[in-house]
Design a protein. Structure first.
Length: 145
């Protein structure tokens, strides 16, 4: 594929998904991929995430005025959802400005749009990820999902 994407085989059909950290994915290894479809007048593609929390962080970022899907993916390539949520909660514009594609205006806009909205998201996602991990483990042992 490319430096910023992975190929996912689903029943013999390959899908290209753009991801924040492609080196975290291993060829031939079965994985759970959380996907998001980007569809607008200029583009149509899939974005993949290793956790539901990462997907939710992406969805939160693209709701911010001036932040598009590619900027959100680039930003997530340099941080974790937990670090991102902590920086937003602490109004840490210095941290946000260090992320690829995020300048002073974007950092301030992220805090303005998302501070306060993420406290419950972070706690909720920890539970969801644990559930998904247990579900995946049971499924790999032959139990039906």
């Amino acid at each position: 594929m490319s430096d910023d994407s992975i190929a996912v085989d689903v029943n013999g059909i390959a899908f290209e998904l753009f991801v924040a950290r492609p080196l975290e994915w291993h060829v031939g290894e079965e994985s759970i991929v959380y996907s998001y479809e980007v569809y607008n007048e200029n583009d149509h593609y899939l974005v993949g995430f290793s956790t539901k929390m990462e997907k939710d962080a992406f969805k939160s970022l693209i709701q911010v005025k001036g932040i598009g899907p590619k900027t959100a993916i680039n930003a997530l390539s340099a941080t974790t959802p937990d670090e991102l949520f902590r920086a937003i909660s602490a109004s840490n514009t210095s941290y946000l400005k260090k992320l690829p594609g995020i300048g002073p205006k974007a950092a301030s806009q992220i805090i303005l749009d998302l501070k306060g909205k993420l406290a419950t998201t972070s706690n909720k996602n920890t539970h969801d990820e644990r559930y998904e991990d247990v579900r995946a483990a049971l499924k790999s042992m032959g139990f039906k999902a």
